[in-house]
Design a binder for this molecule. Structure first.
Ligand SMILES: [Zn+2]
Length: 70
């Protein structure tokens, strides 16, 4: 059997938004397997260096299909 995903061949890169527990700085990074909203993750805060952050949202950025004319 060759299961085919219908029309999911576009590159979709979800973004995970994180909030630092210490300073409430918001940060985002590419989605990782196992991420879910309100999960505590070990992620280094770019501002205060804390390694405890909370996932506050996961967004899917769908790249629009814009064909460039050559
Ligand atoms: Zn911080």
């Amino acid at each position: 059997m060759f299961p085919q995903k219908p029309q999911l061949n576009r590159f979709i890169q979800p973004l995970t938004h994180l909030t630092c527990f210490s300073c409430n700085t918001e940060n985002s990074r590419p989605f990782k397997d196992g991420d879910y909203v309100f999960k505590e993750v070990e992620e280094k805060c770019p501002k205060c260096g804390s390694t405890k952050m909370l996932i506050t949202g996961i967004y899917i950025e769908e790249r629009q299909l814009k064909e460039r004319e050559r």
